[in-house]
Design a protein around this ligand. Structure first.
Ligand SMILES: O=C(O)CCC(=O)C(=O)O
Ligand SMILES: [Fe+2]
Length: 478
């Protein structure tokens, strides 16, 4: 016998002209009740805007003895269906208040009780679930609403969380610095509210500029500290990008750098990169910074060359830094596809090109020999060529960002998303090696993607904007 409890929100009462709609229905009434709830939902849609602020339950039912608990909402959104075991395991009762950690061992699942009954109480703000072990758990409506991972809801959330890209410049032209969200150095040091605005923009657009910074050494760390502090890598906690006679990295020369991501050979490549321009003398010709949105490249590759897109999401490239001729020798190798997808919200049987792009990894100078079955090699190289063809098309269509850094500016960008590069440069006049070294000086550092996201989400819990958070890096949006 199914237990069916139904409760109409007080807002509905005048509309339906009833004073009470709480009843226990036999199975034969179940369909009628569902149809009723359909029409109720229609009415509720018109109330949706009023009630969407704080979702209120209209109905909750345990459908069978194994207990899928079904909840309907006054905001007109689709009904939510909760597995009883999921509800029991994830119940707020099982979260330790002091640490926020789960207080149950995973073995406890084996003895999970079944649902005995479900009640909607407290003016529809709570669902009380009683279990066969005689316990009763209280589930706040708002909590249930947040956890309502319907297939439809997951897909909608994925679509919502796709980040916007900068509008293109003129065809054959460039996107200039003026299009990039810009923040003031001193204001960022003084105000958490400004840090929140900055990180929301960075999450959405993938790149920001900080202007007005002093040109001294270590200033880049002060800005990184406004997030969480720098990430330690084989380049230390900070690095100088200056032209050296014997560079340990091509970035420390004057050659052009193609669009790339940094440190993709790490298991956890840096999430953010910060580059502080300390000097960029007038005698330097070239050296402009270039960027392109890697999510845009991936999406356009998917649209224009789907088979190549699928290959780059499937076949793992080898990324490596094997370099013994440096002060601290490095030997790091990681295999990963160039494009990572989140396919968790897709229905089974979805095409191999489907899924939300969560990260791109592109750094040809750090590719090692491909280690994949022979059948994948040609497809991989064709897809590699296709990626570059797409980049060239996007550049011609105005999607390349290009500008000359100015002393006192820090570019801060998402290293899992925005590819960055640089034009080659030369120093005019009677420049010796010493002058070349000092004429263009950048100082950089990295920030972990997790610490960036954590700071962003905690600031959003203070200042708002959680519903704007985009998917970046290898994780869920929020
Ligand atoms: O010199 C530049 O503008 C960029 C250098 C670079 O790609 C890096 O340091 O990661
Ligand atoms: Fe780089």
């Amino acid at each position: 016998m199914p237990i069916l409890l139904s409760y109409v929100h007080p807002k509905m009462l005048t509309r339906f002209g009833v004073s009470q709609c709480l009843w226990r229905a036999p199975r034969t009434l179940f369909l009628r009740t569902r149809r009723l709830s359909e029409s109720r939902r229609q009415c509720l849609r018109s109330l949706g805007s009023a009630s969407s602020q704080s979702p209120v339950l209209v109905h909750a039912a345990a459908r069978d003895e194994h207990g899928k608990v079904v909840v309907s909402w006054t905001d007109g959104s689709a009904r939510s269906s909760f597995s009883a075991r999921w509800l029991w395991y994830n119940a707020p009762n099982h979260v330790d208040k002091s640490t926020g950690q789960r207080s149950l061992g995973s073995n406890a699942l084996a003895a999970a009780p079944r649902v005995r009954s479900v009640r909607v109480v407290d003016d529809c703000r709570e669902v009380h679930v009683s279990w066969t072990d005689e316990t009763t758990f209280v589930f706040p409506a708002e909590w249930l609403k947040r956890q309502a991972f319907s297939d439809e809801g997951l897909e909608l959330e994925q679509a919502r969380a796709a980040p916007p890209t900068l509008s293109p410049g003129p065809r054959g032209g460039r996107i200039g610095a003026a299009a990039i969200p810009t923040f003031d150095y001193s204001t960022l040091l003084a105000s958490d509210h400004e840090v929140w605005r900055w990180l929301v923009a960075l999450d959405e657009v993938g790149i920001t500029l900080v202007r007005g910074a002093p040109c001294e050494s270590r200033i880049v760390l002060r800005i990184a500290d406004r997030i969480c502090g720098p990430m330690q890598t084989i380049y230390g906690d900070m690095f100088d990008v200056v032209a050296e006679p014997q560079p340990i990295n091509l970035a420390y020369a004057t050659v052009a750098l193609e669009l790339h991501c940094d440190l993709v050979y790490y298991e956890t490549p840096p999430g953010l990169q910060l580059l502080h321009c300390r000097a960029f003398d007038a005698c330097v010709a070239g050296g402009e910074s270039t960027f392109m949105d890697g999510f845009l490249i991936a999406e356009e590759l998917r649209r224009r060359r789907p088979a190549d897109f699928a290959t780059l999401t499937r076949v793992p490239a080898t990324f490596q830094k094997i370099h013994y001729a440096r002060a601290s020798p490095a030997h790091i190798v990681a295999q990963r596809p160039h494009i990572t997808l989140d396919r968790s919200a897709l229905p089974s049987g979805a095409p191999e090109t489907a899924g939300a792009v969560t990260g791109v990894f592109w750094a040809p100078p750090f590719e090692g020999p491909l280690r994949v079955p022979a059948r994948d090699i040609d497809a991989y190289f064709s897809a590699h060529v296709a990626w570059n063809a797409t980049v060239a098309e996007l550049e011609a269509e105005g999607h390349l960002v290009e500008f000359r850094m100015e002393p006192g500016t820090i570019s801060v960008f998402n290293n899992r998303r925005m590819l960055h590069g640089r034009r080659s440069f030369s120093v005019g006049g009677a420049a010796g090696a010493e002058t070349t070294r000092d004429a263009r000086v950048l100082q950089g550092c990295y920030v972990h993607i997790d610490e960036f996201k954590s700071r962003l989400l905690t600031l959003c819990s203070r200042f708002g904007g959680l519903d704007r958070i985009c998917r970046v890096g290898n994780q869920q949006a929020r």
